[in-house]
Design a protein around this ligand. Structure first.
Ligand code: LER
Length: 305
């Protein structure tokens, strides 16, 4: 599942794998994620990004077996609850969060995922009214301990940069770089998503370059969270920036397109973002593979992670 590294001489390209976040196909967060793997495979994807919610940890072997049956790779993400908030002032809550993330890392390792991505630093949509800088310090300190466990199992922890309406922790690459400096461990990387970047960054390609070798995961959606290829993002410019930072990880389509169901409603889709779920997943796979599926780069130089 690791994409090949460029050979050692001459102009070179390596292949990037293309995935889809499985919630795209799902109505409710608690539905069985594995039930949609066959559809993702039919749409042409190399892998599926899943969320390691607590009940998923308990049944990860069944989920992995279904992915293996379909020859699909798995990428793991997760999220924290108010009870597992690693930025919380109460050390017992932070401890619960650190132990939860360590369990997710073990599971990600067993599922052969190179990353544990998502909102791994505080609860998604959590906006506390106490000192936010203290929250950032505590979160980074907790994540340092998690990173040591990540290193031991060879999985990178990625922190997703979200827009201001979904997290306070960091909303730009510049802020995420500052947070990573506080964490101070090479097993923690940055996850970027073109939808969030479009809200917060002045120049998306420059933001990718500013992430550099810290880029650990890349998600794509249009500027208005319809499918990649629509909207006004400069896809060719982003592809060039990924090449410049020698990104060799996955490129994953992520959107929650249906306003009639829980996954869409809770991510603020109040109008349909796709007309035909299946057909647009196929179109997006082809668009993303043609733009991002191969990484041009100086020969012999893999990504420095
Ligand atoms: C939500 O906007 C999002 O981007 C997810 O990846 C959060 O887990």
């Amino acid at each position: 599942m690791t994409p090949p590294i460029a050979p050692t001489s001459g102009a070179a390209t390596s292949i990037r794998s293309i995935g889809i976040e499985i919630f795209y196909f799902m109505d409710r967060w608690m539905d069985d994620q594995a039930a949609y793997f066959a559809t993702a495979k039919e749409c042409g994807y190399d892998g599926v990004e899943i969320s390691l919610m607590p009940h998923v940890l308990d049944e990860h072997q069944r989920i992995l077996a279904e992915a293996d049956r379909l020859d699909l790779a798995i990428l793991c993400s997760t999220g924290l609850s108010p009870e597992t908030d690693i930025s919380h002032p109460d050390p017992a809550v932070r401890r619960a969060g650190i132990e939860f993330l360590k369990r997710c890392l073990d599971t990600a390792h067993q599922m052969r995922s190179p990353i544990l991505g998502g909102v791994t630093y505080a609860p998604w949509f959590g906006f506390p009214d106490d000192d936010l800088q203290e929250r950032r310090f505590r979160s980074a300190q907790s994540l340092h301990e998690v990173a040591i466990a990540a290193d031991a199992v060879g999985v990178d922890v990625c922190v997703e940069v979200l827009n201001r309406f979904e997290s306070f922790m960091f909303n730009t690459v510049e802020q995420a770089n500052d947070y990573l400096a506080l964490v101070d461990h090479p097993s923690v990387k940055i996850e970027l998503d073109t939808f969030h970047m479009n809200v917060e960054e002045s120049d998306l390609a420059a933001a990718v370059r500013n992430t550099g070798s810290r880029l650990g995961h890349f998600q794509v959606a249009a500027s208005n969270r319809s499918m990649p290829g629509k909207g006004h993002i400069d896809w060719a410019g982003l592809a060039a920036a990924l090449d410049d930072v020698r990104y060799q990880g996955w490129v994953v389509v992520e959107t929650f397109p249906n306003p009639e169901v829980e996954t869409g409603r809770s991510t603020h889709a109040f109008r349909p973002l796709v007309a035909d779920l299946h057909a647009e997943a196929i179109e997006a796979e082809s668009f993303v593979r043609s733009h991002f599926g191969s990484a041009a780069g100086p020969a012999g130089e893999g990504q420095e992670l």
